[in-house]
Design a binder for this molecule. Sequence first.
Ligand code: CMX
Length: 434
Amino acid sequence: MEKLKQLFFEKSQALRAEVKRWSKEQGDKQVDSVSVRQLLGGARGVKMMLWETSKLDSIEGIRFRGYSIPELRELLPKGDGKEPRPEGLFWLMLVDEIPTEEDVKWLTDQWTQRSNVPEQTFKVLEALPPDTHPMTQFIAAITSMQSSSIFARRYAEGLGKSEYWRPVYEDAMNLIARLPRIAAYIYRRTYHGGDHIAPDISLDWAANFAHMLGNDSEDFKDLMRLYLTIHADHEGGNASAHTSHLVNSTLSDPYLSFAAGMASLAGPLHGLANQEVVKWITNMLDALGTSNPSKEQIAEYVQGTLKAGKVIPGYGHAVLRRPDPRFMAQKSFAEEHLSDDEMVQVVWKVFEVVPPILQGLGKVKNPWPNVDAHSGALLMHYGIKEYSFYTVLFGVSRALGVLSAMCWSRALGLPLERPKSVTSGWLREFLNQA
Ligand code: CMX
């Protein structure tokens, strides 16, 4: 190994062991208002941010403005479909009121009117090799639209602080309106040889997205309405929301802030887990040579994954301590529409097998499935089989939460986010004195 790399290896390995020991042996000690374990452990549970649009409870799961997912499936306007329209959730998150059918129709019309994607965005996408990961394409496309940020222009013109929220609202509305067209364009160029499908402006936001992806069935439109609703927000501490929030706190505009959040969503411990789940199941079925594995076969495969030092994708959560209500909502959709689907059957068997195994490890805080454990099987059923695309769908939905929250952050004049870091030398001295 070259000298620099070797030196880094030796020093980092020594400190890694020491840091692990501090967390294990002195984790409960307080450093100001947080414990040593929280300081070293990714700030788990540290309350340090105002986030209006949703709140996560470890047992109940997510509530958007106080409403659970089952309640939203009842209460939000559905138009002529069976699932809530994501437009209604955006309205609720932004103004804390359940909208009427008429309000939602107005919002659909607004997003249709604002949905024109700048020509340069398509040029940027066409410049990328088609095998570029869809999330990389998505982030490049969002960034390419930054020159149309109204916030960036108005700020440069000398906008006063109390007015920041106005152009942020306009950018949020424009960005959300354009995302389905961009995502569908990425999908069709990457997997369907550039055979694009023109938008149908008579449809609502999610149904038009389903149409541009290439499936016009009413069930798939409903799945997209549900999918884009339940993935929208998960309070502010999750990595994609928090990244957007942090970047926007520097007054970076909504395009750049949202693009940064999407880079965060593209990590396999976060949103990319939805592609990893289908990859893991597909590899398992290939390895076992069956599309209908027994629970014993699945258990053995799970043990093999763990022995190889890997995580079981779609299981575990930093906050939740029960099966994710977003998983359960997708399960209930599957029970109603596609309970005979082979992949869905496998997902349900995995749900029976994995939790007791993870529980048995003694270190996993939440052995239950999260949102990503189910979504891929539903998409596969409706013909969206290219799993590297799945995180883009998550990202289109996440825009609703982070951009409505961004309007609030700027309206409330929240300051630049700036937590404090310490060095290992400082912590060593602190622990020696304590
Ligand atoms: N399979 C195997 N081991 C797991 C595990 C899983 N699904 N979930 C947690 N663990 C392990 C952790 O890797 C950690 O091990 P070490 O101490 O050896 O490092 C230990 O259990 C404790 O972790 P934890 O406190 O329970 O979980 P974290 O808050 O650190 O991490 C999460 C949460 C989601 C990153 C983790 O559960 C995980 O990696 N899950 C699989 C990936 C996944 O599904 N991510 C999607 C989450 C939802 C989303 O954001 O989209």
